[in-house]
Design a protein around this ligand. Sequence first.
Ligand SMILES: CC(C)(COP(=O)(O)OP(=O)(O)OC[C@H]1O[C@@H](n2cnc3c(N)ncnc32)[C@H](O)[C@@H]1OP(=O)(O)O)[C@@H](O)C(=O)NCCC(=O)NCCS
Length: 337
Amino acid sequence: MGLYDVSIIATGSHVPDKVITNADLEAMVDTNDEWIRTRTGIRERRQLGEEETVTDLAIAAAQKAIEQAGIDINDIDLIIAATFTPDLYFPPLASMIQRGIGAKKAVCFDSNAVCAGFLYSLVQGSQFLQTGAYKTALIVAAEGITRYIDYTDRNSCILFGDGAGAAILQATPRPECAQGPTTGLLDFDLGSDGSRVDVAFTPRHTAPKSWLDTLSNRETITPYIWQDGRAMFKAAVNGMTDSLKRVLERQQLDASAIDVLVPHQANLRIIEAIAERTGIPAEKTALCIEEYGNASAAAMALAFDKWMRLGKVKKGDLVMFTAFAGGLIWGSALFRM
Ligand SMILES: CC(C)(COP(=O)(O)OP(=O)(O)OC[C@H]1O[C@@H](n2cnc3c(N)ncnc32)[C@H](O)[C@@H]1OP(=O)(O)O)[C@@H](O)C(=O)NCCC(=O)NCCS
């Protein structure tokens, strides 16, 4: 196998029509629009309709990316779906996408790195392409998190929303004189700390309660998203900042070299803190948290697609992705467009 470079040739996204505004949440829990906006930067988020599925969102986002890329459906040889909220335990969401779009030749699997899922899947997909194993990959991040939200818990229900985002990666032979990748994935930093699984989690209903109590050191376990908001906030700021800096240092790049920052969209104050600590200015930061909240793996994909469509990501740009997730899991990935 030779070495190949990777290009992100297209993106797409799709969200449900149903909107949950801050005013809607005021009617459900003791909160208010001003608190939510100033503490999180979120104005509204989307929610799956009763008959709508994560699979529907994923297929719609994938189809938009495929249309934009102008590729033949049979060119797709790999589909990776990033999600922690698939409609089925199995088959994987990626197989459902394959069926929906008719990409008969694709190899399909899911990848669960929770909120860091899109970033991890971009890295995985790029590596399959860089080795020459596959030529065209479809990466889709899709979530239906509102199905796992307790709408009496103001600590979590204000944050999360549903949506899907997709990207198409394509391999091209690397120029012979090149020392390393000239486009696509240039470098990445991934990490995990499993000793902190209890900072944020959502139990499956099949897990024995006694085991969950031990795991989380708590007595009340519900089938909804649970998080220690403050601990997550702190860990996210430190985790993404440190990871991003490691990539910059290894690449001997100053923060000013980054053209676009695509961070996970969990809380605007987390994103602002990362921008401030790394020296990447706010105007270079892709955001969609105001309109979609935290859509977990899909959040970063939605922000990236928004900026691609606005023409804010140009050929040759250096794009830094950075994400943080329950696990704890974190990562940063540097791409040349
Ligand atoms: C959850 C989060 C929004 C809470 O914001 P915060 O600024 O840390 O707020 P705190 O928990 O310190 O609470 C501050 C005050 O606001 C109150 N408060 C908390 N949630 C509130 C809400 N939705 N509406 C109104 N008041 C609220 C608290 O009770 C507290 O009141 P007190 O000072 O009288 O005790 C924030 O911590 C966060 O975004 N964390 C990261 C979450 C994340 O990334 N999750 C992904 C994991 S999967």
